[in-house]
Ligand binder design. Sequence first.
Ligand code: ADP
Ligand code: MG
Length: 702
Amino acid sequence: MKAHSGEVGVFVRIRPTANFSPDLIECLPDGQTVNVHQRKDPKKPQDTKRDQLVYWSFRLDGVLRDVSQEEVYARVCQRVVLGALDGYNGTLMCFGQTGAGKTYTMTGSTESYKQRGVIPRALQEVFREVEKRTAHFFSVHLSYLEIYNETLVDLLSSLQSSPRSSPRGMVVTEEPGRGVFIRGLSLHPVHSEEEALNLLFEGGLNQMIGSHALNRNSSRSHSIFTLHIESRSRTLCDDKYVTSKLNLVDLAGSERVGKTGSAGQIFKEAMYINKSLSFLEQAILALADRRRDHVPFRQTKLTHALKDSLGGNCNTVLVANIYGEAAQIEETLSTLRFASRMKCVRTNPAVNECSSPEAQIKKLKKEVKMLKEELSICNKLANRPSSMLSEAQLAEINSQVQRYLAGTLEEISIVSIRQVQAVFAQFKLAVQKPEEKGKSPISQTYNSEKDQSAKTAGTKVVLHVEEWGSVEDGSFEASTASQKNTQRPSSAKTKKSKDKPSQSKRPEEASPVSRKGSESGSEPKLNSVQMAEESLEPDTESADTQSQAPANEPFHLDSTRPKAEAFEDFKVGPGSKINSILKENKSVLLERRSLLRQISEEVNAVKREIDRFTASMQQQRETRGKSGRYEGQYVATEEEPGPTSLMQLKELKVLYRQRYQVLREIKAEVNYCQHLVDQCRMRLLTEFENWCEQSFLVSEDV
Ligand SMILES: Nc1ncnc2c1ncn2[C@@H]1O[C@H](COP(=O)(O)OP(=O)(O)O)[C@@H](O)[C@H]1O
Ligand SMILES: [Mg+2]
């Protein structure tokens, strides 16, 4: 047989007997076929039909007659054992009537070493292989289960070291990833053949004691001796490991209840055995029938416990033990029929590869971290808020809500679920705050903003006049700046902006170099670049300082005076770090802006040159139209643009496009720097507000 083929291996083992009946049982020389001749039933001489059914032929994987225990192991069990070491589940089952040699095949003679059965041989092979396979680390556990009258009995529960034995009894359980297992059945770690054999004897002894004490015959129970093998590579340091189960099953005698002619307990036992074996047969029939989806495994404890050991991904082998005597021919036939059905079951052996949960958690954590980082990069690139809102974003949301409540912001655009949640949280706070705080300085600020909102909207100049759409409505402006503006209506800056309402326009409105055009990457039109006067003023610092540090300005409202001073204190104290970052960002912004102004001037200069050229060419054309034509003849004038002028114009256009491209790049940089400045500013303000709030609460408590 091929290793791990898709067939159940089925063998017949004929128990040696002095009364072997060669007339009835014929073993063909191919070593695989056994023919059975059934004599006419003397009780029913009139049944001629039965007389016709006297000849049966069974072709299996091997007929084992007068074969040594060693050969049986080699032919029947060895490949299943080796498969289990490679990670394939394996099952070897002995089926047949009582006394046919199942236990002899499975456990063998306890007196003679030579006649030991497949279980001790399998244990020997496993530990020899474990020694040999040095590249892997193996761990082997044993369990020994008996099923008697549909009751599960742990044959190794008497051992002191039975860690998983449950006093509440056992139950067949299925779990995804773990398959079928018996909850409550003790599993015993074994490190040598000797340890494992001890457990086999211990289990056998317990079975015997149980059968005496409870007056039950061990041949009326099923026993399942299982090796649970786990192997991990010593060389590869991955989280993968391989597990397998090797079930060595000694089934109860398969004789029919009618035959035993028994009553009472023995009848009950026979009923249970018949039931479990007939369900085993049904399960096997269902497994063999490929059209059937459902296999009734759960009908008995035996089939349920063997659910993943009969077909599926398991190497399964059946030994059908038979008598060769004429008196047992009916049972022999029944056993051989069962064997031939089993032969039809297809299997699909596969290695059980698992990942250790700890290693998997570690791996998944790493993956989550990586994905988060990736998401944050994507969000940054797409200019989206990241999934976790930063302090600056929260401050911005806070500011939007404040402005919305004050009536200076028409609507709050929805960006993400988190942002919506944060908006609602801010609304809640805004509703709760005035109630809780009463006359706190912060709520005064908020109220004063609210009262002055109409004016504020009209005097929001400081940040609106900045060029290139860099700052729209800074969070600071929503609180302190607006306050300042409304409190200093006569300040020079406010006046200036009022006098020049057109300059408060957004750059895309004010400048022909529209934001839209630059964003869409469309070909630039040959326009001059207009820059708002204020945009080029290197006064970001002062504007911010003015707006953010009211202490520098005379304050008319006494109530806000302490806050302005507090802000100054904050900037040199707890907020010094963020303030210095803000300053640094501003200086970079300033530098970029000055470069932007320089490039704008260059672009405009080129544009003026192009305009000049175009105008002069136009003029020449007109002049030519009036005087250059003479009686149908074309006469070139001296001023007419020659090829050189056209070349110059082309070069100018190329230059213009180049400079324009640079301009766009610098503009993007300015926008980015502005964004950083805004963020820092918002953070400074938020931290200041928090600081104020805390200080205020403390002083209130005192
Ligand atoms: N192949 C065999 N060679 C020698 N003795 C055997 C063989 N098969 C069974 N026996 C003997 O027959 C008896 C009954 O066998 P056993 O394995 O207990 O049957 P079962 O477990 O099927 O009820 C035992 O004494 C056993 O030693
Ligand atoms: Mg037995």
